[in-house]
Design a protein around this ligand. Structure first.
Ligand SMILES: [Zn+2]
Length: 317
């Protein structure tokens, strides 16, 4: 080859026309070539577009969590909107900030158009394996074309929220941004609602959550604070006592008794002071938007169950 290269250099020095000739000569297909980078240009005959789109192929892909759930999901081609939906769908089982470890895995099942490397549609099934436990969610498309993720048993992955934490007799004080407090004799906002009920009436967690505080605080008296599925958190104040087993750092289920109505702290009579925070902003508990229970029923549920079973098998490999 040195001889050939030398000849090329020499010939090129003569003039540009020769350069073209030499280069063309070098690029002419010669068989068989020792040059590994050489790829003959092959033009395939153009195929006519098929009249009906080919059936999509069902594919399963996995990614290892390196940093965040979002990174792993992005590496599988999942868009930001779907990542947010999935984060919420897993929220009742997995705390993405605390439970996820390097090496956890994310698997998705797609229906992709044949030959396509990416899908515009959200994944049909997603499995998040953290340590020794795995959590699955399945996409359901309702007759209107709306999509939501459900657990395999047809329970919505959107966490359900109860409106009222206690069987109350009346609303003794409404939520307000600014009101005169009869106890401290000051104008201040009322970040929650007061639900009057006899002392000892059980107080229930309005949604599942993590106990972030249980104890006494000025004003609140005996209070339980919960971090519920994002973006919600709730506060239950003026309790007479706490329910057994309620500990800071522990978890509670929706409807679980967390304490009993009292009048500890700054309270003029027995009532529950209840707060709902959305992204750490206090909202009116009586009117704030709460995620409902979108459980599937009847024929929809059966159709979903069949599909989830097939997708589950796909995830199991
Ligand atoms: Zn109050």
């Amino acid at each position: 080859m040195p001889g050939k290269a030398g000849r090329l250099l020499f010939t090129c020095a003569i003039g540009s026309i020769c350069t073209v000739v030499i280069c063309n000569a070098l690029h002419r297909p010669t068989a068989p070539s020792a040059d590994k980078d050489y790829t003959p240009a092959v033009s395939l005959p153009q195929r006519a577009a098929p009249k009906t789109p080919p059936a999509p192929t069902r594919t399963t892909e996995s990614a290892t969590v390196d940093e965040t759930f979002s990174d792993a999901a992005q590496s599988l081609g999942i868009d930001q909107g779907t990542i947010a939906t999935l984060t919420e769908a897993f929220a009742s089982n997995v705390d993405m900030r605390r439970d996820l470890r390097k090496g956890d895995t994310l698997s998705v099942v797609y229906d992709r158009p044949q030959g396509s490397a990416t899908a515009d549609d959200p994944p049909l099934a997603v499995r998040l394996t953290t340590g020794s436990s795995s959590h699955d969610v399945f996409l359901y498309r309702d007759p209107n074309g709306e999509t939501r993720y459900y657990a395999k048993d047809g329970k919505s992955t959107k966490p359900a929220f109860s409106r009222y934490p206690v069987a109350f007799t009346r609303v003794s004080s409404d939520f307000s941004l600014r009101r005169f407090d009869p106890v401290v004799h000051r104008w201040q906002s009322h970040d929650g609602v007061d639900l009057a009920a006899p002392i000892g009436t059980p107080v229930h967690a309005t949604a599942q959550g993590k106990v972030t505080f249980v104890g006494r605080q000025t004003g609140y008296g005996k209070v339980v604070m919960l971090e519920n599925p994002p973006p919600y958190s709730t506060v239950y104040a003026h309790l007479s006592r706490f329910a057994k087993g309620i500990r800071t750092g522990g978890t509670v289920q929706r409807g679980q008794v967390i304490g009993y109505v009292g009048e500890t702290g700054w309270a003029t009579g027995p009532h529950l002071h209840y707060e709902v925070h959305v992204d750490d902003v206090a909202m009116d508990p009586l009117t704030v938007d709460l995620p409902g229970d979108d459980r599937l029923h009847g024929e929809e549920r059966q159709r979903f169950a069949r599909e989830a079973e097939a997708l589950s098998a796909e995830l199991n490999g």
